[in-house]
Design a protein around this ligand. Structure first.
Ligand SMILES: Cc1cc2nc3c(=O)[nH]c(=O)nc-3n(C[C@H](O)[C@H](O)[C@H](O)COP(=O)(O)O)c2cc1C
Length: 340
């Protein structure tokens, strides 16, 4: 049935469809009955899928990747759709509207997306207020909530640590884990924060903040698939030195390798063509880390076999974004059926 609906949806502008879906899910998230119904149709609860990590209970290892629910508009809907955890954001310290539209492009023959959204989000203050209200009225989510943080476009790179700290400070009470995102390709120079010297300053500041909080929470780093393995190894040294809790690999890629249809749009590529690079990254990470740091693998996952492969390769958890656009709301049920 989704194939039919998709034919219709794909006739419209991708960002408008995204907005429509978010509006629908937001409404659903306000009704217990609607959430219950959605969960009956889309979610599977089997104790054998549960994962315990960082003292958190994940009902299953497949989460929604950052970028879909940037503003925490529909959080209760994601567990009802079967996700085992949700990563909201990226949130920046300052509210910002992102890049000019159009900035989101489907590549249906490649089962891919190119986006150059540019961290459009309501900003840490407003999002903290929304989370406060959500938790007061509905309680915390039934699955772990990750909060992914980016840098405000207006903040110069030298002041990046301050920008991330400001968001962390406002949002610390609400997330179960945090991701420092230095890997989106659509904020000018952001990826330079992956350079050894700059990353050391940033991670030092972030972990100093995290270690001073009353309640300790996992902090992870999200990396770009376009790093060389030498660069990635430098990052790993710092992750261990500053005792981060894990790594999210990977964000979207600037490479156009694996694309069957030429697409000139600038931005980050996700979905099927990213799969190979993401799997190669996971293999390298597993070899280097040897289980010392949990890995969240993301990029090109669209089936139970994809999830099983990442888990077998050593990922603790996985995430999905583009696959869900192409597979639709029954995706999680299908994945769970196929998981060993
Ligand atoms: C439209 C769009 C927006 C995204 N926004 C963010 C973001 O704000 N922060 C982030 O860390 N990743 C963002 N991502 C990257 C995804 O979280 C994920 O890392 C990437 O898409 C690879 O996974 P996939 O192949 O399953 O889509 C975005 C991806 C897409 C397609």
């Amino acid at each position: 049935m989704y194939d039919l609906l998709k034919k219709l949806l794909f006739r419209f502008d991708p960002e408008q469809v995204h907005e429509c879906v978010m509006a629908g899910l937001e409404r659903t998230a306000h009704s217990n009955l609607a959430l219950e119904l959605l969960a009956q149709i889309c979610a599977v609860h089997e104790p054998r899928h549960a994962v315990k990590l960082w003292n958190l209970e994940f009902p299953n290892p497949v989460g929604l990747a950052a970028g879909f629910d940037k503003n925490a508009r529909a959080l209760p809907a994601w567990p009802a759709l079967g996700f085992g955890f949700v990563e909201m954001g990226s949130v920046t310290a300052l509210a910002q509207s992102g890049n000019p539209t159009p900035r989101l492009f489907r590549l249906p023959q490649d089962r891919a997306i190119i986006n150059r959204m540019g961290f459009n989000n309501d900003g840490a203050d407003q999002i903290a207020a929304r989370l406060e209200q959500l938790f007061n009225t509905r309680g915390t989510l039934s699955v772990p909530l990750g909060i992914n943080l980016g840098k405000s476009k207006l903040t110069p790179l030298e002041l990046a640590p301050m920008d991330y700290l400001s968001s962390l400070d406002k949002l610390w009470d609400y997330g179960d884990y945090f991701v420092i995102n230095v890997s989106s390709p659509n904020t000018p120079n952001l990826r330079q924060l992956q350079d050894k010297d700059k990353l050391e300053v940033l991670l030092g500041a972030v972990m100093d903040f995290a270690n001073r909080q009353k309640v300790s929470k996992p902090v992870l780093l999200k990396v770009a698939p376009d790093l060389s393995f030498d660069q990635l190894n430098d990052v790993l040294v710092l992750l261990e030195q500053y005792q981060l809790s894990g790594i999210v690999a990977t964000n979207t890629t600037l490479s156009r390798e694996g694309l069957q249809n030429k697409m000139d749009e600038a931005g980050g590529l996700s979905g099927e063509p990213l799969k190979h690079r993401s799997v190669t990254f996971l293999a390298h990470l597993q070899k280097e880390l040897n289980g010392r740091l949990p890995i969240i693998s993301v990029g090109g996952i669209s089936s139970g076999d994809d999830v099983q492969q990442r888990l077998d390769m050593g990922a603790s958890l996985v995430q999905v974004y583009t696959g869900w656009i192409y597979q639709g709301p029954m995706m999680m049920k299908n994945i769970m059926r196929d998981l060993r």
